[in-house]
Ligand binder design. Structure first.
Ligand code: PEP
Ligand code: CO
Length: 448
């Protein structure tokens, strides 16, 4: 990798995996030029604030909850869906904080998570071959030549949808909805009636009691911002580099470059080549960044990534998101944990228990077993216990809705149930109950 001069476009001299073949380069350039003068979606100071919170995680003083859709959709874009996703994330954060006593840093896979890497560039159906679906940032899921042709106008649409999603999230998290006094309101009906929902109600009742106790003792709970608003950050995979470049701005306070499309950006498992374009692009922006680490990653490769992405060893700058698969995590993760520690890199280690446990049922549904997800999390905590490092967080795909996409959980969703509400555009997500169940189980792992 290079230590040469960085600029927002130096990635263009590197091999870039997973980029669409845009049919009309001039139309793309036109859109990118237009985007480069649009207002930033997030501000540099907010990204620095997240880096400081993640620095606490890297020191073992906080826990990261990163969660949201596999892929956001242009079609299911409504205030209620965004609100319900925020509700479940707030519930999970309350459960984790209350049960473990550790502050939770909340980051959504939201307001920009529109691009998907694919294992094959083309898809074949009944002898017809078309470009693969790459997320609504690029093309559409319908299997027709028109839908699958990459369309640069989608970049603008994604920008505008991200802006209005972020606007709503800011209103919800700073305008009263995330007030701890509302802790009961986040429990949606279909969740409240379940075992996890009732367990959550008990936690919520104890929080009410604690708040009443504090007020009775004379604490002015009304004036404590920490009780009435939350910091909620956005993140997505920085996949389509033209889009990310066009939203990169120089901060007027520090002169540093920030990718203002989200607070945090991550590099996916398929684009983490140390000499590749994605590493080149993200090494130069000052946002906190993540990098997925799958079962093929060697200790040397992971240390090389740390050196490239965080040469100054800034705590909170780099989160490594391991996604090994339930069967691999206990064997494959400890050597990586040791190598990164020996190289003195202050990373956050988060566990993505989703992407190493995906398979397709005989019925043709891409799914994951809730038990495999829990098994990977358990193995992740065990690996950290063994090495003496901090299991810093979880990275999950979920929705607040009552979908049937992942198998198992207390409702015991079966392969035959998957069809009833299988709504994801890409990977299977935990539903509201499964997400809350997971939070209780992670809280147990954290406490022990
Ligand atoms: C994802 O997070 O949706 C994803 C594609 O993950 P990975 O890069 O780990 O496969
Ligand atoms: Co996914």
């Amino acid at each position: 990798m290079s230590t040469s001069t960085w600029g927002p476009s130096t990635w263009r001299d590197r091999p870039a995996e997973q980029q669409p073949s845009w049919p009309d380069e001039a139309a793309l350039d036109q859109v990118l030029k237009q985007m480069s003068s649009l207002p930033p979606l997030v501000f540099a100071g907010e990204a620095r604030h997240l880096t400081r919170q993640l620095a606490d995680v890297s020191r073992g003083e906080a826990f990261l909850l990163q969660a949201g859709d596999c892929a956001e959709s242009f079609e299911s874009f409504e205030a209620d869906t965004i609100r319900d996703k925020l509700k479940i994330i707030l519930q999970m954060a309350v459960v984790l904080t209350y049960s473990s006593g550790v502050p939770v840093v909340k980051v959504g896979r939201i307001a920009g998570q529109f691009a998907k890497p694919r294992s094959k560039p083309l898809e074949q159906v009944d002898g017809v071959e078309l470009p693969a679906f790459r997320g609504h940032l690029v093309n559409d899921v319908a299997f027709t030549p028109a839908a699958r042709t990459p369309d640069p106008e989608r970049l603008l649409r994604a920008y505008h949808q991200s802006a209005s999603t972020l606007n709503l999230l800011r209103a919800f998290t700073k305008g009263g909805f995330a007030d701890l006094g509302q802790v009961h309101q986040w429990n949606q009906d279909f969740v409240a009636s379940s075992t996890e929902g009732r367990q959550y109600e008990r936690v919520a009742a104890e929080i009410d009691r604690a708040l009443r106790f504090m007020r009775a003792c004379g604490f002015a709970t009304d004036t404590q911002p920490g009780l009435h608003e939350v910091d909620f950050f956005t993140s997505h995979e920085a996949l389509i580099l033209g889009y990310e470049e066009a939203l990169t701005r120089r901060d007027s306070l520090t002169g540093d470059w920030y990718d203002c499309s989200a607070h945090m950006l991550w590099i996916g498992e398929r684009t983490r080549q140390p000499d590749g374009a994605h590493v080149e692009f993200l090494r130069g922006v000052e946002n906190p960044i993540g990098c997925k680490v799958g079962p093929t990653a060697t200790p040397d490769e992971v240390v090389a990534l740390c050196d490239a992405l965080n040469p100054d060893r800034t705590p909170g700058r780099l989160t490594l998101i391991s996604r090994m698969g339930a069967d691999n995590v206990e064997a494959l993760l400890p050597p990586l944990l040791r190598a990164v520690r020996e190289a003195d890199h202050p990373v956050v280690w988060a566990c993505d228990p989703m992407h190493g446990n995906t398979f397709t049922t005989d019925g043709g549904h891409k799914t994951r077993r809730f038990d495999d997800i829990l098994a990977e999390l358990t193995g992740f905590f065990a690996a950290h216990r063994q090495v003496g490092t901090w299991p810093g967080g979880v990275h999950v795909e979920l929705t607040g809705d009552d979908v049937t996409e992942c198998l198992g959980g207390t409702d015991d969703i079966s392969a035959a149930d998957l069809g009833s509400r299988y709504e994801t555009m890409c990977d299977p997500r935990l539903n509201g109950r499964q997400s809350l169940d997971l939070a209780f189980q992670v809280a147990d792992l954290l406490r022990n």
